[in-house]
Design a protein. Structure first.
Length: 201
């Protein structure tokens, strides 16, 4: 498997899973914003020129969540996915999708309004709204973590998605002083050697 990867991106989620499963893979490294990600050869693999993208033989697949589900189903013997009839299964689905559904849209706005746009084009109202909403989205995760080590109790594939999104929010400078359970959750995730490896590729 070849993973198209950039540091501090959602590609870390996929590398993290590959490391947890000890699967062999190679990476092609980009820097976010690289011209190389906009070249036609890469756009053939990922028309939006984004990461992650995974190549597996003839197959090319993008969307971090889809890649994670693909790898776990095909090579992971469904590890990190609660049994379908368990009470954890619906909760796993919810937290798996919460990252791209609720957290990342706000983070995208914050990144655009603070990094991508030149100062004269930035919009303070959009930024303040995204910050407020992101904090609200994180409060829901905080509440969930009150009595748990991981999002659904045991470590699951939901942690690759929403756990990573929580860490990215913290790295972006969101105030976590009122989110002690998320602070300990982040520490717990960062203590996993597989995540450390994935983060520093
Ligand atoms: N929903 C997609 C989002 C992919 C995405 O936006 N990736 C970002 C990095 S985290 C990217 O490649 N950005 C480069 C750009 O926008 O030019 C996923 O989960 O894989």
């Amino acid at each position: 498997m070849l993973l198209h990867y950039a540091q501090n991106s959602r590609a870390v989620r996929v590398a993290w899973l590959l490391e947890e499963l000890s699967l062999p893979y190679t990476i092609k490294k980009y820097k976010l914003g690289d011209r190389e990600m906009r070249e036609e050869s890469y756009k053939k693999l990922n028309p939006l020129g984004r990461v992650p993208t995974l190549e597996d033989g003839e197959l090319t697949i993008s969307e971090s969540g889809a890649i994670i589900q693909y790898i776990i189903s095909k090579y992971g013997n469904n590890q990190f996915i609660p049994e379908i009839n368990s009470k954890e299964f619906p909760s796993y689905l919810q937290w798996f999708h919460y990252a791209e559904g609720m957290i990342m849209p706000q983070m995208n706005i914050i990144v655009v309004e603070t990094i991508f746009l030149p100062p004269e084009k930035r919009n303070e109202v959009n930024l303040a709204r995204a910050n407020k909403l992101l904090s609200k989205m994180l409060d829901v995760v905080e509440k969930n973590m009150e009595n748990k080590n991981y999002l659904t109790g045991e470590f699951s594939a939901a942690d690759f998605m929403t756990g990573h999104a929580v860490i990215m929010s913290k790295n972006l400078g969101i105030d976590f002083s009122d989110k002690p359970f998320l602070e300990s959750y982040i520490k717990r995730l960062l203590a996993r050697p597989a995540l450390n490896k994935a983060w520093s590729l």
